[in-house]
Design a protein around this ligand. Structure first.
Ligand code: BES
Ligand code: MN
Ligand code: ZN
Length: 497
């Protein structure tokens, strides 16, 4: 996305596929808009009749062939007092439909009366709303166009270069989110564990990061039997991806881990057929972590980052791991695999124990589509967050609030941690009964990070299929976690200076 910024006196509009987008507060007087007289009069009439009043979710496009831009799009943003960054993203999501249908390619976005950072959030929402997944067929079935350039019209006191730079950064982050969505939407016959590892290698190469990929023989040598046990039922080999970003003046190392189950059939504890296809999304944690790394490599925070992604398929082949099997993980703890469908925690166990030992991070965050219980608890509008450090959890919740990747904390008290003790081994990969499934999943992972400050984010409910958010498409992955991790890491890097 091409972004530039100008002051109002430099606004000349443009011919062709241009549109002036003007955010409109509820109760605003359309006569005050930058639109030409005819458009303002039309909007006045619509507002007098209550058709377009500036409520959130409203959007009115008017062709203005004789004005400076070819069309004007008034976008309702509700009351001035209540407008948030998320409101701006959603307004952009609402605007994206008409912009596409009217084949607009160049937007002039009038933010002269808008609060700071409105443009960033709006452009972010627009890039997210314009995400398409059409690699398996020719072209966009809706036949619309995409906005390729945005010219911001900024208030007089604001430096246009700076506004353009900040907004460009927001667009870049949103493109990172779309990268994760693309990876997640890709079918599991194409996005195998080795394909996921190749993607990581490509990202690392293009962004100047290092990347090592372990295969099953190396993992066996290292004693990663929890991860290997999951992979046993699949023809596709597992991979362990380790990606590193280094900054010469870093004071801190952050470890990010993402669950990369490219398909989760459940294994011998097989899942029901209905909805099983959605388990191609069981690598959304991995996608978020890898694409956050890609984005962060461009932003250049003063911090060291390590990403670890265990990538496997959980299937039912002749050699598949069997309920009751006992495996010894990388850190020596033995695990009774009572349910082969609780595989995410098994692969994260080895990945985390290994990366924590090898890289001695100051802090660890993992993202995983770990439990159906999290969908039951929180639905699709917040991910669950748990950990062994309240300050860390609070900092993540804060970053979530700012980015729209919202998190809600759940407790991880000792009583819960007792529920995953094994009968015949140190640990059991499930707890008895159906109680507190998200918490006991986290309790299991906790056993593999030692004393390092750590937080676990369960994204099972928010990674795909999220309805009623204008800038997200319920048929696609959301890329949840890219914006969150990017913002949180940038904040951590600033704080560590
Ligand atoms: N990948 C699933 C969790 C999941 C469920 C993600 C629904 C997205 C939507 C995970 O591997 C799983 O199967 N978890 C089990 C754990 C149980 C056996 C303790 C579950 O949630 O049923
Ligand atoms: Mn599973
Ligand atoms: Zn899974």
């Amino acid at each position: 996305m091409k972004i530039e910024a100008i002051h109002a006196e430099a606004y000349r509009g443009g011919k062709g596929d241009t549109c002036l987008v003007t955010p409109f507060f509820e109760g605003d007087d359309p006569a005050g808009l930058r639109a030409g007289k005819a458009a303002a009069a039309a909007l006045c009439a619509l507002s007098a009749r209550g058709v377009f009043t500036g409520k959130t979710g409203q959007c009115q496009c008017l062709p203005t062939p004789r004005d400076r831009a070819q069309a004007v799009l008034a976008v309702g943003v509700g009351s001035r007092a209540k407008l948030s960054a998320e409101g701006a993203r959603r307004a952009a999501g609402t605007a994206a439909g008409p912009l596409s249908r009217h084949r607009v390619r160049h937007v002039f976005l009038d933010v002269t009366r808008m609060p700071d950072r409105f443009a960033e959030a709006f452009v972010e929402g627009l890039v997210l709303a314009q995400y398409r997944f059409e690699v398996y067929r020719k072209g966009d079935p809706e036949g619309g166009a995409a906005v390729e350039a945005v010219t911001l019209i900024v208030p007089d006191g604001v430096n246009p270069d700076r506004a353009a730079r900040d907004t460009h950064r927001a667009a870049l982050i949103a493109m990172g989110v779309n990268g994760a969505r693309q990876l997640a939407d890709t079918a599991s016959n194409d996005l195998t564990p080795s394909a996921l590892a190749e993607f990581a290698r490509g990202v690392a190469r293009e962004s100047g990061m290092s990347c090592t990929v372990l295969g099953p023989r190396e993992m066996a040598e290292l004693g990663m039997n929890a991860l290997l046990g999951v992979a046993k039922g699949a023809a596709e080999e597992p991979r362990l991806v380790v990606m590193e970003y280094r900054h010469a003046r870093a004071k801190k190392t952050i470890l990010l881990a993402g669950k990369g189950v490219c398909f989760d059939a459940g294994g011998i504890s097989i899942k029901p057929a209905q909805g099983m296809h959605e388990m191609k999304y069981d690598m959304c944690g991995a996608a978020a972590v890898l694409c956050a790394m890609m984005t962060l490599a461009h932003l250049g925070p003063r911090v060291n980052l390590v990403a670890v992604v265990p990538a496997v398929e959980n299937k039912t082949g002749a050699r598949a791991q069997t309920p009751g099997d006992i495996v010894r993980a990388y850190n020596g703890k033995t695990i009774e695999v009572r349910n082969t469908d609780a595989e995410g925690r098994l692969i994260l166990a080895d990945a985390l124990a290994y990366a924590v030992e090898k890289h001695a991070p100051d802090v660890v965050v993992d993202l995983a589509t770990l439990t159906g219980a999290c969908v039951v608890a929180l639905g699709h509008y917040a991910a669950g967050v748990l950990g062994n450090d309240d300050g860390l959890v609070a900092s993540l919740v804060g970053a979530g609030e700012e980015t729209g990747d919202r998190l809600w904390p759940l407790p991880l008290w000792d009583e819960y941690c007792d529920l995953i003790k094994g009968d015949h081994a140190d640990l059991c990969n499930i707890s008895p009964g159906r109680d507190a499934g998200t918490i006991t999943g986290a309790a299991f992972i906790k056993e593999f990070v030692g004393g390092t400050p750590w937080a676990h984010i369960d994204i099972a409910g928010v990674a795909y299929g999220v309805k009623h958010i204008p800038h997200l498409n319920p048929k696609h992955a959301t890329g949840f976690g890219v914006r969150l991790l990017t913002r949180w890491v940038m904040d951590q890097a600033k704080a560590a200076k």
